[in-house]
Write a protein that binds this ligand. Sequence first.
Ligand code: KIV
Ligand code: ZN
Length: 498
Amino acid sequence: MSEQLYIFDTTLRDGEQVPGCQLNTVEKIKIAKQLELLGVDVIEAGFPASSPGDFHSVVEISKAVTWPTVCALSRALENDIQLAADALKYAKRKRIHTGIGTSDLHIKYKFNSTREAIIEQAVAAVKFARNLVDEVEFYAEDAGRTDNEYLAKVIEAAIAAGATIINIPDTTGYCLPEEFGAKIKYLRDHVRGIENTIISVHCHDDLGLATANTMAGVMNGARQVEVTINGIGERAGNASLEEIAMIVKCRNDIALQTNINTRNIFNTSRMVTELMNMPVQANKAIVGRNAFAHSSGIHQDGILKNKLTYEIIDPRDVGIDDNNLVLTARSGRAALGHHLQLLGVTLDEQQLTTAYDKFLKLADRKKDITDDDLLIIAGVQNKQNHTIKLEHLQVSSGKDLKAVAYLELSISGERFDATATGNGPVDAAVCALKRIIRRSMTIREFTIQSISSGSDDIAKVHILLECEGNTYYGFGASTDIVTASLEAYIDCINKFKR
Ligand code: KIV
Ligand code: ZN
């Protein structure tokens, strides 16, 4: 019987700290929902005390996901911890992750403090957090460079104060695997009460050892790993989720299992790449473009004779179907049809011809065509269950002209229309909509993304709409920006609690 290894994903916290990777709340919700689909056990959703935006994102992610525990980071300060607890108010399962630097370097230069005072602060923080939530994870920052004897004292005190999960980070990516594994073993052997907690490992990749160190921790008894999609994170990044998940899947001899549905790995990797604008290197294990490409003649020959000669992972196990990789401007109509079928979309001949024309135009301009793009091209949006539908929209606007919108909606089959002006075409359309849907609604976030960069592009609009104390997420896509915006708005309204 395999033991469980818990997957703690920190893409939205450690990963999001990376310059240029910042996401808005709508994008974070999208990733959080994808992580839920992937099967992670814990989502570290942010650091609420760091900014009002981070606080808000943790609140919204807490509302949006059901199964994973939502975790909020804090320093060992009451105000931070209180904010973390407040942000987690709506989470179905919640955890506060609090801690402090424990290496002599951190104690002296970061805190100008002493070893004794650090233990006192850690204990006070854990006790304060435990009064607010049941699950408290304690981190000893820079544990990798903390001397083991002192580290054991800090951890023992944190456990006695109520910590239920103990995180041992190699914050600077300094440790060697053997050394890091030995540290975990030392703690297991010397800390009273540690057997009643889950030991977590959080390794950075400064020397390219994050995955190796994480696995060394696991082989010595850690049962939670802190990882990110594509290994993004501070500086050289964190251990990557996909690598750990596939090590556990491939190596039956280590007798561990995770809840990860590995077939969702590739899609999740792509989503993070796109939303964070952080490309994955071609030879990155598991999700890089070349991870399953056999190029040398000898290898190709072996693969044709028997895949096992050079392939330890079936690409389909991580969600890569061959078609996924080869859909380019040179792909045929049949390949597009087949790929759409894999996504659950069957088009008739006429629809496929139209979709194929759009596909060719897009493929000319965009190297990486995602499944999302294909669904938009095929005109498939998840609107089947909508009772409110946009039937008609006409807008006139221009320089020095007051924008005017006329629209028709059907609500449960009944037709309604309205006209309104606004300070731009989207505003006019929204004002017209509000004449029919008379609820108090405020847009909290509004983002427009293009698929490629041409003026004939498809616009993707994401909206976060607040109505009577609840927030709803909506999505719309169209070659017309106003239509896409209104579709996203209506998508939110269709989700209102009635
Ligand atoms: O790397 C680190 O030490 C961290 C802690 C805040 C857990 O990210
Ligand atoms: Zn970190």
